[in-house]
Design a protein around this ligand. Structure first.
Ligand code: FAD
Length: 309
């Protein structure tokens, strides 16, 4: 039942007709507020202030996916430059997280790389960092190739990899010579059995093994690992597995989404873990919100409750 609901929500996330209509409904707009403080960058920056006071860093992502023209990609890149300037102006410990298709990967990979290099250089100049999100499996290879080219010229950059994909262990080995920064997530898209584990136990097992292996082999190297998951038990299992080889709580990061397991984010930061919250903003939130519902059917109850103001 859970997996059927997951597939339905992931289908809705891809449906253009629904994407044009559902977000206009006031109850949908109320429901999505649980996961994003507001549509404007200002809302996102304001939400980071209490997090920073608790020692939690922030990462910003403007929602939106595939584009129809390169001019749109230019505008997206310019707005991320403005985000970096705002992070600096407000003295926030903040980073940015960008979807390659928002920078035109579908239309012109070289141009997307030019945007990424510009953003990464700007991020490095203000002591910030650029993360590349990972989209559906059609983009895995082009995104990794983009990261290889980017990392060769700008070290303050990281890439998201998905533990549900069977290829990910090989991708990590391939990236290892670059001393990469990796955000490991379980994976949010509807991928086929032939390329992805679909059973939760298998995905969790893959996640654990990849994280422990990456940290152990990267010991003493300038690598960075972000555990992009709300699965606190899994995080604690990984932490326990790497403590014997001398990797302490501050030897990796925990990255969670704004609005999910908030009290755990504060508790983990207090317990000495390095925690970062990814804050989304922008008006193109519909497919992203459907992926959040797919992850956790309990959120659907919350969405239904939002029918009643
Ligand atoms: C910082 C960050 C960046 C991400 N970037 C990407 C990306 O670039 N590409 C990609 O494919 N995926 C990305 N994801 C999503 C990721 O792949 C998972 O779909 C998502 O994190 C849910 O899985 P989980 O690891 O939290 O584990 P799960 O096993 O799904 O959940 C563990 C527990 O966390 C809580 N939880 C999880 N999800 C929710 C939710 N939506 N609402 C309420 N509680 C919840 C529940 O208590 C649940 O029992 C990102 C996630 C994070 C945190």
């Amino acid at each position: 039942m859970g997996s059927l609901m997951r597939r339905v929500f992931l289908w809705v996330a891809r449906n253009g007709w629904l994407k044009d209509r559902l977000p206009r409904l006031p109850f949908m707009q109320r429901a999505v507020r649980r996961f994003m403080p507001g549509e404007s960058l200002e809302d996102a920056l304001a939400a980071a202030v209490p997090l920073q006071a608790a020692g939690i860093g922030s990462m910003y992502t403007k929602l939106g996916e595939n584009l129809s023209s390169l001019a749109e990609a230019d505008a997206v890149a310019d707005q991320y430059i403005a985000v970096l300037d705002a992070i600096k102006a407000r003295a926030l410990r903040g980073e940015i997280s960008v979807k390659p298709t928002q920078l035109g990967l579908d239309l012109d990979a070289d141009r997307a790389l030019t945007h990424l290099v510009r953003l990464a250089e700007h991020a490095a100049a203000i002591d910030s960092y650029l993360w590349i999100d990972m989209e559906g499996s059609a983009y895995t290879e082009p995104t990794i190739r983009l990261y290889e080219r980017l990392r060769a010229v700008q070290p303050r950059t990281g890439i998201c990899l998905q533990a549900y994909l069977r290829r990910t262990a090989g991708d990590i080995d391939r990236l290892r010579p670059l001393d990469p920064a990796i955000r490991l997530v379980k994976g949010a898209y509807d991928e086929s059995e032939s390329i992805a584990w679909r059973d939760k136990g298998e995905v969790d097992g893959s996640y654990r093994d990849l994280a422990v292996d990456f940290l152990t082999k990267g010991r003493g190297r300038p690598v960075r690992l972000g555990l992009g998951t709300h699965d606190v038990a899994l995080i604690e299992r990984i932490a326990a597995a790497v403590t014997p080889v001398g990797i302490e709580r501050d030897g990796f990061e925990i990255e969670m989404l704004y609005g999910i397991r908030t009290s755990e984010q504060f508790r983990l930061a207090k317990a000495g873990y390095r925690v970062q919250t990814l804050i989304a903003y922008g008006d193109a939130w519909f497919p992203w919100y459907m992926r959040r519902l797919a992850e956790r059917p309990a959120n659907v109850t919350f969405a239904i409750r939002s029918l009643f103001p």
